[in-house]
Design a protein around this ligand. Structure first.
Ligand code: C2E
Ligand code: MG
Ligand code: MG
Ligand code: MG
Length: 280
């Protein structure tokens, strides 16, 4: 078992198929218990308004604090949760935790900060999704404009008609819809034409080799101007260098997210970052 990415994150990449199957079986058994034992947590990664330098929103990213394995990355357990259906209760927990945070921020005069959560395809197809979100907003007395939902193109492939209806209903509540990991999926342009989407998140894949790869720079600039023409705002993911930030700012990208600004952090550290950022 290997550890990658420094941050003590457990990854499977050196493991055999047998080991992966073992992990799959044990994860699917352990995850419901881990939810009861409060072993899931949310980290928050700031998103920066590239014009002003102010933090305008945060993305909530789930972690599993496993008693034996340490911190497990969502890339390892979300696919399992998606497969077994556990993503539905887990996603509900994520939404609830995010709502608590939105409420907390509002109480600390930071109601201008949006909180984005990731929705997986299975959650999106859950017929209870709308009701659940509406109830949660009411229970925590949340301003829906503070909530953003990140979806991916894969989620749209099953039933585009249903997807459009659901997205429109969510927007009617005041919720912001973002399309995540844009550019690496299928038939992106057709979806952009038909779907009600407010925010386009350019995948890190296009950002990471700026400024070495000229084609990535051209594609990124084109994606930004296309999104703007379609009345969407643009977030660039995975900004790690000052050169990348400058390039994106120069090309009118609205918002930036990445290690250059901050890694995902616990709520307490987020509050420190917000306070610090506010006083600049
Ligand atoms: P994502 O939604 O595209 O989230 C961005 C990922 O990029 C996060 O990984 C974040 O930590 C990472 N990242 C941010 N800035 C940088 C950077 O500058 N450099 C690099 N190398 N990476 C950066 P994370 O937290 O491991 O999450 C991975 C994926 O797991 C997410 O990708 C999302 O698809 C999924 N995920 C995370 N939380 C949830 C959740 O609550 N529900 C669902 N359904 N999926 C989730
Ligand atoms: Mg995301
Ligand atoms: Mg993303
Ligand atoms: Mg991504």
């Amino acid at each position: 078992q290997a550890k990658e990415k420094g941050g003590n994150q457990y990854r499977f990449f050196t493991e055999s198929l047998h080991d992966q199957l073992q992990a799959y079986i044990s994860f699917s058994r352990e995850m419901p218990k881990a939810l009861d034992a409060h072993n899931f947590t949310l980290l928050y990664q700031p998103q920066i308004d590239l014009k002003s330098g102010a933090i305008c929103s945060v993305e909530a990213l789930v972690r599993w604090n496993h008693p034996e394995l340490g911190v497990i990355s969502p890339q390892d357990f979300i696919p399992v949760a998606e497969e077994t259906g556990f993503i539905v209760p887990l996603g509900r927990w994520v939404l609830q935790a995010a709502c608590k945070t939105i409420k907390y921020l509002a109480q600390h005069r930071m109601s201008h900060i949006k909180v984005a959560i990731n929705l997986s395809p299975r959650q999106f197809r859950d017929p209870n999704l709308l009701v659940m979100i509406r109830q949660m907003l009411e229970e925590y007395e949340i301003d829906p404009t503070c909530l953003e939902l990140e979806i991916t193109e894969s989620l749209l492939m099953h039933d585009i008609g249903l997807a459009i209806d659901t997205l429109k209903a969510l927007q009617a509540l005041g919720i912001t819809i973002a399309i995540d990991d844009f550019g690496i999926g299928y038939s992106s342009f057709n979806y952009l034409k038909t779907l009600p989407i407010n925010v386009l998140k350019i995948d890190r894949e296009f950002i990471k080799d700026i400024p070495q790869h000229l084609d990535d720079m051209e594609i990124t600039a084109a994606m930004i101007s296309m999104a703007h023409r379609l009345n969407m705002s643009v977030v660039a993911e995975g900004i790690e260098t000052e050169v990348q930030r400058a390039f994106l700012q120069e090309h009118d990208c609205d918002v930036g997210q990445g290690y250059l600004f901050s890694r995902p952090v616990v709520l307490n550290d987020l509050l420190l970052l917000l306070t610090e950022n506010n006083s600049k």
